[in-house]
Design a protein around this ligand. Structure first.
Ligand code: F0G
Length: 470
């Protein structure tokens, strides 16, 4: 099946504006609610946007995960699903797509990213070992800790500063990583957990120079480097745009080169790869792969479907090819930046520079009168929903959870509310509405009082915690 869409957009016509390299074939109606309905729905949801029903949401910017619109090619691919229990042809198509786009040898499909995080953590971490990473991600760190690992943040300081304009805020602080290796010894480092882009820092990229330096340092100490490739295509776009020597390379070439400095990767295909479900773990080491392939049978399903239907793997294989089209990535990030520009004009504080998948509102500067103990970012997500039915997500103290050793809250320096843009779903006019609503909430910022947590689940509390108004 051909996945090469003919694309002629503003970019290729030599214009400065970005435009979507597609037109809309099928639509889904949106529902607008009244302020009273929203007040009721949010109280029912314990002031947690994860607990809202999507029917009560107008524009859904909760996440870019699994919320993409698939192309006509991907939908057609669903009909080619080979639902054999073992050896499905769609698995081999997926394997080939991952090998050619990302360059790794061996592929284990999983139902989504955290399935792959579970496998890599179980096969590559011994209890007590350190796992240095460029900022934590919620599910990634949870699986590392469940495997007995100790996460250590080795991202550069600029990543924690929402106002820093550093072009690669996702970079590893090489000196910090070196100090950790010296302090604990290379044997006590499970692997370096590198993510591109860095979600919790605002979708910020890692440079090629950085991954090369990480590789060189790890080679000297015999430490492996594994990549969270979830939004690596978006990361490649930033390298093409910002890093000397890469302007003439394609996103596909940059992706391959970046991955070549790592020993394997886990993937939530629900992001870059434009599918509603799916993921994979890819490894170059044959022995480690055999272990992961054995474990997948216990937790996900046979190693040729990993918890997915054959049709899901087919859609993923096609989505991988589509995700690498230059005009697609340019329009995708162009839309995120469009929203950022509107908010900048309104004087709303958010993380600079705008990253790949979302605009992250800076709740600390938005609500300077609220301390982190009353959950400013959670409050902002609640107020935004009440204003317009736009759903966003907290990425601050609630998401950071507790230190497993001390039981204390992690207090991250970044207290953010994420406006996450699904791929190929909303229009520029929807972004205008979102910006208007954020501006309205910003104008009433002094009246916000904060929230108190009334229920806290044990794992990944942000998904299911409940709150009340103060
Ligand atoms: N890694 C990163 C960087 C992610 O953003 C996610 C998911 C995962 C791993 C886990 O993948 O959801 O398929 O199991 N991020 C979603 C988000 C949930 O909203 O940021 P998953």
């Amino acid at each position: 099946m051909t996945t090469n869409l003919p694309v002629t957009t503003g970019h290729q016509l030599g214009r400065r504006s970005w435009a979507e390299p597609w037109k809309i074939k099928m639509v889904e109606p949106l529902r607008v609610t009244s302020p009273d309905q929203r007040e009721h729905a949010l109280a029912e949801a314990g002031y947690n946007t994860f607990l809202l029903r999507s029917d009560d949401v107008y524009i859904d910017l909760l996440t870019d995960s699994g919320t993409s619109a698939m192309s006509d090619r991907q939908w057609a691919g669903l009909l080619l699903g080979d639902e054999s229990y073992a050896g499905s042809r769609n698995f081999y198509q997926l394997e080939e797509a991952v090998r050619s786009a990302y360059g790794y040898q061996h592929v284990v499909p999983t139902h989504q990213g955290r399935g792959a995080e579970h496998l890599i953590s179980q096969v590559a971490i011994r209890p007590g070992q350190y796992v240095p990473g460029n900022m934590y991600f919620t599910t990634t760190r949870a699986h590392q800790e469940l495997a007995g690992g100790v996460f250590e943040d080795v991202i550069i300081d600029e990543a924690h500063d929402p106002e820093s304009e550093h072009p690669f805020k996702g970079n590893v602080d090489i000196a910090r990583l070196e100090r950790l290796i010296a302090r604990e010894g290379a044997k006590n480092i499970a692997y370096v957990s590198l993510a591109g882009t860095v979600n919790m820092a605002g979708g910020q990229p890692v440079s090629m120079e950085c991954v090369r330096a990480v590789r060189a340092l790890c080679d000297r100490h015999g430490i492996r480097v594994f990549l969270d490739a979830t939004r690596m295509v978006e990361n490649a776009f930033f390298i093409q745009e910002r890093e000397p020597g890469y302007a003439g390379k394609t996103i596909a070439e940059i992706l391959r080169e970046f991955c070549s400095y790592t020993d394997g990767a886990w993937m939530s295909a629900k992001k870059d790869s434009l599918v509603n479900i799916g993921g994979w773990l890819a490894l170059n080491d044959r022995d480690l792969f055999e272990e992961a392939r054995n474990l997948v049978v216990v937790y996900e399903g046979l190693h040729t479907y990993g918890g997915l239907a054959g049709r899901d793997m087919q859609a993923m294989a096609i989505g991988i090819a589509e995700s690498l089209q230059e005009d697609h990535v340019r329009a995708r990030i162009g839309q995120v930046r469009y929203l950022g520009d509107l908010l900048a004009r309104a004087g709303v504080p958010f993380v600079r520079p705008v990253g790949g998948h979302a605009v992250f509102l800076d709740a600390r500067r938005f609500y300077p009168h609220l301390s982190q103990d009353v959950f400013p970012a959670q409050t902002l997500a609640a107020e935004l929903y009440l204003d317009s039915g736009v759903r966003s997500m907290e990425r601050g103290v609630v998401s950071a959870g507790r230190d497993p050793a001390t039981g204390e809250h992690h207090y991250p320096r970044l207290e953010l509310t994420r406006l996450t843009i699904p791929r190929r779903v909303y229009t520029q006019a929807h972004m205008d509405i979102v910006a208007e609503s954020v501006q309205a909430v910003y104008e009433q910022r002094e009246s916000a009082k904060g929230l108190v947590m009334t229920y806290e689940p044990r794992y990944l509390r942000f998904f299911q915690a409940r709150f009340d108004r103060l």
